[in-house]
Design a protein around this ligand. Structure first.
Ligand code: ACO
Length: 380
């Protein structure tokens, strides 16, 4: 037992490298993010979610005909079986992440290639889940509101179709472009908790549906994907810019955390937050609703002293305000993160499968040993 005392424990696996990857690189010191070697700023400004999905899954940018092919394939594969719609209807009282997790798990039952574990089939499954996930989220929102789900519209892009299925009207081009950019920015991010979870599941040689379902379960928590919803809750609690300073003081002095701040890897500004901050500002001007941007901006100013401790805005800080300004319900913010992350999970699951090793770390036991077993009738 003495040797257990000498073990160096890496709680939370902080700063531990698990493997090598070509999927994404987070330069946390300099606040840069790359997907497959491409700077996120370039992708956010020039690409589309369909193109980024191709990039992550195939490892290279598509040429024109490849992009055309994946875009058409995605548009043609958005429908979900009626059985899944009925299932969503029967659990519509649940949080959208619970519904998404359950529905994606159920989609496996309708995939004829479930037992085909070739790379091609796995990649196709990941892409199929990517295309169907917005149909699940929007069908849920409409069913719980007592409305019929809206069928996907093939002529629209992935982002535009998502807004269309949510609201039932062809969205404004700028709104759709903003959601497209938001999806790009959330698509992949190193060995974050949910990608790690998906990799652990893949490492047991389980299937893509299981790994993505597990990724969704992990993303749900407020320390990970649930922060955008938390940011807007905090903004609503603050209610007015003049209350921000006292709100932050009270929360921090009672050991609370400001949602949308801090990151395990970035110890400087999260590059995604810098991009989305400009978009949130422009959107609030375009919609003539400066309130939320103003409150968040005042929150950011209050948190400036913490920058030197490496506690800076993360990607979720501005996304909540953007979704709110687009009239998207608060409780699907984290689901949108999940929709975006599926290509990233798929890329990492494929990477794990291609050079697999069972992920199985150790725990150092610190309890007692050889305790006497006392029969139930003699226990106090
Ligand atoms: N508000 C106030 N203080 C914070 C915050 C915050 N948001 N984040 C970290 N800190 C402080 C901690 O209190 C701690 O202080 P101490 O050393 O004095 O005890 C120190 O910074 C380090 O915090 P850890 O929890 O050890 O850092 P870790 O890397 O484990 O946590 C995390 C990262 C979970 C994201 C954390 O910053 C947090 O809880 N943030 C709020 C939730 C959030 O925004 N999550 C989204 C993350 S990004 C994403 O998944 C898209």
């Amino acid at each position: 037992m003495n040797e257990l005392n000498d073990i160096k424990i890496h709680r939370g696996l902080k700063e531990i490298y698990l493997d090598r990857t070509k999927s994404s690189f987070i330069d946390g010191k300099n606040g840069k993010l790359y997907y497959r070697g491409f700077n996120i700023n370039e992708l956010a400004n020039n690409s589309t979610f369909e193109e980024v999905s191709y990039l992550l899954i195939h490892g290279k940018l598509p040429n024109k005909s490849q992009l055309n092919e994946i875009t058409i394939w995605m548009a043609n594969n958005r429908d979900i079986p009626i059985e899944v719609i009925n299932l969503i209807d029967s659990i519509k009282h649940l949080h959208p992440m619970d519904v998404l997790r359950t529905a994606i798990s159920t989609l496996a039952a309708f995939d004829d290639s479930l037992d085909d574990d070739s790379i091609d089939s796995n990649v196709k499954k990941g892409l199929s889940i990517t295309t169907k996930a917005p149909t699940i989220v929007t069908a849920h929102v409409r069913l719980r509101d007592g409305k019929d789900p809206i069928s996907p519209e093939k002529s629209l892009s992935h982002a535009s179709n998502f807004l269309y299925m949510l609201f039932g009207v062809i969205p404004d081009e700028l709104d759709a472009k903003l959601i497209d950019k938001d999806l790009i920015l959330h698509a992949e991010h190193g060995l974050n908790a949910s990608s790690f979870t998906a990799r652990v599941v893949a490492s047991t040689q389980s299937d893509v549906y299981s790994a993505i379902t597990a990724g969704i379960a992990c993303l749900k928590g407020p320390a990970h994907g649930g922060a955008a919803e938390g940011v807007m809750k905090q903004a609503q609690e603050i209610g007015d810019e003049k209350n921000t300073t006292s709100y932050v003081k009270n929360l921090l002095s009672s050991g609370g955390r400001i949602m949308g701040f801090g990151h395990r890897v970035y110890k400087t500004a999260d590059p995604r937050a810098l991009i989305l901050k400009i978009d949130a500002k422009n959107l609030s001007e375009r919609k003539g609703n400066p309130k939320w941007f103003g409150i968040l901006q005042s929150l950011a100013v209050c948190m400036e002293p913490y920058e030197k401790k490496g506690i800076c805005e993360n990607v979720d800080f501005w996304t909540g305000a953007i979704y709110n300004l687009l009239d998207i319900p608060d409780d699907i913010f984290v689901s949108i993160f999940a929709l975006a992350r599926i290509p990233g999970w798929t890329a990492q699951i494929a990477e794990q499968f291609s050079n697999n090793i069972l992920i199985r770390p150790l725990l150092a036991y610190v309890g007692e040993l050889d305790k006497p077993y006392i029969k139930i009738e003699h226990r106090k």
